[in-house]
Design a binder for this molecule. Structure first.
Ligand code: ZN
Ligand code: ZN
Length: 242
């Protein structure tokens, strides 16, 4: 969808629904995505995250299949609820906001020019039929429009698993991710392309790493990742599995 069409739709929708900040629920003008306070509060520039893995405590870079991850905020406090609401299709503001901000960063640092194609971490199709939306798909579409690059959401698939990824330890997450994703038959030729792989929350990197590995196996030259939010790894390590 073009920027102009999106703006027209948003203006029309605002006649029926009020536009709220997805983080603090303050009322917004029809053309705003996030309030200024939340936009400033969510800024993670001062945290000096690693420019490659977007973590304070680095992941083992030698194991990474992607070349870097862009993230706009931390998955903490009210962002957790905002992403829950996004997954339930209540508001897309946070995904659009993150795509806009990170696209600007990619244009400034030259990454935007390298990207040939945008894609996302897939969701199992039965889950999509439930009330969930694939917010990673939405994020990819916003990136595609902001960067003016094509979007292909039919490269990877996801098997149905009974395990809930966020309840697993890092090692279990890796194993579970490797079992969950697969290359879709009849996918488009991505040989030699640089892909932007999108997901909502980036935790231990297992999901992004597995999907990036599959894209490389399909012939992609490089995979760059983008997530709305990143977690602090220390918190993940302290988390008990249940
Ligand atoms: Zn706000
Ligand atoms: Zn790092």
């Amino acid at each position: 969808m073009t920027d102009r069409k999106r703006m027209m739709l948003r203006r029309a929708a605002n006649i029926i629904w009020t536009n709220e900040c997805p983080v603090c629920h303050k009322l917004l003008e029809w053309d705003e995505l996030l309030c200024e306070d939340c936009s400033n509060k969510l800024d993670i520039t001062d945290l000096k995250l690693c420019p490659v893995c977007s973590k304070q405590t680095c992941l083992d870079h030698t194991t990474l299949k992607f070349s870097r991850v862009y993230a706009r905020c931390l998955y903490e406090d009210s962002v957790v609820n905002a992403i829950y609401e996004l997954k339930n299709g209540l508001t897309l503001n946070l995904a659009e906001y993150a795509a806009k901000e990170l696209s600007l960063q990619m244009k400034e640092d030259g990454t935007a020019r390298q990207i040939d194609l945008v894609t996302s971490v897939p969701m199992h199709f039965l889950k999509k039929q439930d009330k969930n939306i694939n917010d990673a798909d939405k994020l990819a579409k916003f990136f595609s429009s902001e960067l003016d690059k094509p979007c292909d959401l039919k490269l990877l698939g996801k098997r149905r698993t009974r395990t809930v990824q966020h309840r697993l330890t890092a090692a279990q997450r890796k194993e579970n991710a490797e079992r969950s994703f697969f290359i879709l038959p009849k996918h488009a030729d991505i040989t030699g392309k640089t892909l932007l792989l999108c997901d909502d929350v980036y935790t231990t990197g297992s999901t992004l790493n597995t999907c990036a590995g599959l894209l490389l196996e399909m012939g992609a030259d490089e995979v760059i990742c983008a997530a709305i939010a990143t977690t602090r790894l220390e918190h993940e390590r302290d988390k008990k599995t249940d």
